[in-house]
Design a protein around this ligand. Structure first.
Ligand code: ADP
Length: 162
């Protein structure tokens, strides 16, 4: 039986930390929907469409990955695609409280939903999209430590530093 899951996030931009989580999850799931949602409490650099194209480029050779944009609640999107397993990444204890809250809220709305957490590699445990944006706004020389080459290029373009 094929096992599918949804990996939701803002991915603004998609980092090597996100990639690490997807690679781990692919050991368990046959199909993953990377679902780009708007986190309204965060300021975005890239439009959802730009992010979708960037992530699609990263996984262009992997048919197990489908990239989608969703504007509804995650539970509504889960019902739409009939996939009720949600992947999230955990970096540090500080992620736990928010993730616990989100997982509990989703389950309160849809009992079928199960959240699965993957721990990132140590080397990405500090990495966040916000940090990447902060670094990129000042100096783009270090971006290859944090993002894939296509995202690096897009960041350079946004900050007009290349
Ligand atoms: P959101 O706004 O939904 O938190 P993010 O794009 O910031 O979206 O993160 C999506 C998911 O990926 C979250 O579960 C987050 O904890 C996880 N994540 C982000 N960065 C990393 C990283 N460096 N290592 C592991 N997981 C990460």
């Amino acid at each position: 039986m094929s096992k599918s899951a949804i990996y939701p996030g803002s991915f603004d931009p998609f980092t090597l930390g996100h990639l690490d989580i997807v690679q781990r999850a692919l050991k368990i799931f046959d199909k993953i929907y990377i679902a780009i949602g708007e986190n309204r409490s965060k300021t975005n650099l890239f439009t959802p469409k730009e992010r979708k194209l960037q992530i699609e480029e990263i996984f262009q050779d992997n048919p197990a990955i489908t990239v989608v944009i969703f504007d509804d609640l995650l539970v509504d999107f889960a019902r739409q695609v009939n996939v009720f397993t949600v992947i999230r990444g955990l970096r540090a204890v500080s992620d736990f409280e928010y993730e616990f809250l989100m997982a509990s809220t989703n389950r309160a709305m849809e009992q079928e939903i199960e959240s699965v957490f993957f721990m990132t590699s140590d080397r990405y445990s500090f990495l966040s999209s916000s940090i990447v944006k902060e670094v990129a706004s000042k100096n783009t020389s270090y971006l290859s430590h944090f993002v894939t080459p296509n995202v690096e290029k897009a960041l350079c373009g946004k900050f007009r530093l290349m």
